[in-house]
Design a protein around this ligand. Sequence first.
Ligand SMILES: [Zn+2]
Length: 275
Amino acid sequence: MPQEPSPEFLAVERMLQANNTAVINWNPQGTGLMRQSVQEKKTTKATKNLSTTGGTVYDFVDPPCGTWGELTRWVTQLREKNQSKRNNWNVRRNHFGGLMPEMNYVVTDGRDARDFRYTNGALYKENSGQEMRLSCQNCNTNWVRSVRQSAAGYANRCPSCGTTDRFSETGPHNITYGSLTFPVGLASNPTCTIGFVNLYGREADRMRNSIRPGVRFQARFYGKAGWRTRARPTNAQGRRPSGRNRYEKYNYLNMTLGSAAYNQSASSSGFITIQ
Ligand SMILES: [Zn+2]
């Protein structure tokens, strides 16, 4: 039976996080240490070019800290929708994701998922990559797609008028763009990290200074099922498992604001509003 955190500690933790102070060594007894995070968020150069996010898994179990909460229904519907592919699910071919319902979220520090990269807030990176630029011959709307999407014939539908395969295309163009990644939980269960948000370009730059642990916001994301790898904790003897047992997978949601092609109708486009 996990011990309930003391209400006093929770109140202090919330207040400190709202002031950009990380609470470290958090434990249910509420004897964690507090540390003021004064340093500027680090900007690192990405080691990869514009990446396509990896495949999505069908066998998608609850996060280690509990359930998908108010998102359970959405996950269930996604699974039912893909039921027929279940037995021959191919992570490179099948896509397990969709537009999520509007929800209240809180930025977490990722610690409950044993991910320690976000204790001082979101990670901002500068990336370089390539994009293809498209222009609709019907309504002159411009949009972009990746080189890989271009080669595969994806994202060929005008995000404005819906016309398919009637566009001019140039590229590949070399681009640099920011990306912002941060862990989130549902506001109703703020100590359970259920996913990681990735923002790119203008959204990343705009939200960069506003995202820190404890910040609450409303959002509609495009979510994909995924898993990450993390180091296993030490065992009862205080040793870390070695070899192939050193790492374990855990389920999470990969959340973005969606692409222009997906957000065709204004009524179902992704957004973030910090309250
Ligand atoms: Zn068009």
